[in-house]
Ligand binder design. Sequence first.
Ligand code: 6PG
Length: 463
Amino acid sequence: MAFDLAIVGLGVIGGNLALNMQERGIRPVCFDQDPGKLQRLAREGPRTAASLEEAIAGLSRPRIVLLCLPAGPTIDHLLRRLRPLLEAGDVIVDAANSHFEDTRRRAEELGAVGIGFLGLGLSGGASGARHGACFMAGGSSAAWRTVRPYFLAVAARANGRPCAAWLGSDGAGHFAKMVHNGIEYALMELIAEAHAFLERLLGCSAEEAAALFGRWNEGELGSYLLEITGNILRRADPITGRPILEVVEDSAGHKGTGKWASIAALELGVAAPTLIEGFGARLASADGRGRRSRATGWPEAKVERPDPGSVPPILEQALLAAHIASFTQGFELMAAGSRRFGWKTDLARLARVWRGGCIIRARLLDRFVPALARRNEEGGVLATPWLADRLRRSVVDLRRTVGFAARAGLPVPCLASALAWLEMMHTPRLHTALVQAQRDYFGAHGVRRTDRRGCYHLDGTRV
Ligand code: 6PG
């Protein structure tokens, strides 16, 4: 029997994808260097191979190889091993969180020998891989047509459509996954800041905060991250019986993709401060000892306790505004990547794909699908009717929330940066005229004037 595709790497993603595929009538042959993993998977049904060569030899043509390995040198190593075993027309899919520049390089190298290469952004973790993930593909469109049926079959579905799409050539899929993670970092931080507000300023218990998040999750703010936050807050520590958050250390880690998103935004000249803050807050959370030692003597903020009845709706609206800001910044970053690398990514398609299976799935994305289709009209996404209307109403509550948090000494970096960004995006004349004047004053860089064309120095001479 010839197999449909080979899955290489049987960690949580590879193993679960194999089971998901098997359940849908797809025949994968699976390989991992670790015999223990091979045996465990074989017990659940999927066929395994004792070597990479054996796995490839068992494939029908064109041969498809799905790599579910850690990003980095492991992928290059595997590609070197695979090259002599494959031929023109075969397809390799890299499902790791690879850097999009690596994917661009690999696509070019393999394309030169006729092997299709797809960089596949995959979101949804172990349970997504098992029951329906979100797939963001980049690479040759012919290669995507070859593998498409398999990924559509194991993708999550949202509004009746599978959450898997091709987004452009070479690195487009991995770039989209990087942007996804930039947004992921921001939304996680925003929700954590809202929780801190409830806990520290309102004195909410974990149970009360969970109930609130559960309620918000029913409305416009509904999202996977909000849902899991409620679940986490309701959890008790099995060791001590205390609410689980009380025993979790506060230094937040990362594996790099949020950092890449920040770097890409800076390099492409996209203002994405909320995404960058999402990463920055994790960095600032490091060094708990230092923070604890500096806390003594730090001026205490004395504020009135907010009215517990009025805060939840205000905070909900503040979160809504900040979520809209985060998603918009992410889509702008994707648009800039697409422009720079010639991907012609359909942003509405990306929003559609993010509606299911992935970590940032959220009801708001239903609103972004039509908004992104009108992105090139004056004012862009933020000026489209639904988003503009919601922002006008919710920004008022975002101002209140950030103001209150500032007076209370509560750090809310993502909420604050979303607010500053939104204010700037809606200000006809900004303070940055002074920055321009300063640049010319000490650096003779010249300024463009409001009253005539051309570039001038502050002394009125032309540059
Ligand atoms: C997903 C996640 C996932 C992510 C890890 C690690 O979409 O399933 O984004 O791919 O990379 O959860 O993220 P950290 O950088 O926070 O460790």
